[in-house]
Design a binder for this molecule. Sequence first.
Ligand code: NAD
Length: 261
Amino acid sequence: MSLKGKVALVTGSTSGIGLGIARALAAQGADIMMNGFGDAGAIEQLRAGIAAEFGVRALYSPADMSKPEQIAAMVAEAEAKLGAVDIQVNNAGIQYVANIEDFPDARWDAIIAINLSAIFHGMKAAIPGMKKRGWGRIINIASAHGLVASPQKVAYVAAKHGVVGMTKVAAIETANNGITVNAICPGWVLTPLVEKQLEDKAKAEGTTVDHEKHEFLTEKQAMEKFTTADQIGGLAVFLCSDAASTITGAPLSIDGGWVAQ
Ligand code: NAD
């Protein structure tokens, strides 16, 4: 399958799952608008690397997903400089772990803003152009935590359940415009977001990160295996294919059997 001539905007693509998805879409020929935080030199290396390795146009926007006006400006910039946003992957996300009574208000607000509200603002900005062109693919990165809960993740679980709900609304509203809207619900993927949780838990319990990897996987998943960012990229590419053109409004688990249990 070729995505040559399509433009993909992937939020939070300077790291982890977003980077895996951006690379997978670029490998199919899509031009890429990258986004996310990090060291400027390292980000430029990633951007230039994608452009050179896959022969596509690649730009980077530093837009902060907690700022609605910056999200709209990023979509407008992609449309102006790359010609469109045909594929929108709403992936940027953060985590914080604490019981409800200890959960800082500011962490709640940040997680709801970045993991939930940013997707509303992003879709609001991108859908008009997709409708005009009669083609679009919106892929929202939810989580197994969009379908089931864990303790100490109140904001994350609330946001991810919201993402799954919002995905269904957007799918219904755009069903006859050549647009599909789906949510990918990963289980454990070994990225900086999870590495921090492993390190914190190992420190708190006086164990090792390797021990906690085993604990994390066996506590939640049937399969004692992390999903890779590349594999999530593969699912995103499939969702952009003709074979997937009637898959819409679906939460798609890629989770080693997490929610099957
Ligand atoms: P990560 O920490 O490796 O990457 C997060 C990305 O989001 C980075 O590029 C970061 O710079 C960006 N980001 C954070 N705050 C931002 C902001 N305000 N504005 C713009 N960009 C911002 O994490 P990851 O594991 O790759 O997570 C990506 C997505 O996948 C998240 O939505 C996360 O909830 C989801 N997810 C992850 C896992 C997992 O096991 N890693 C499982 C299920 C779902």
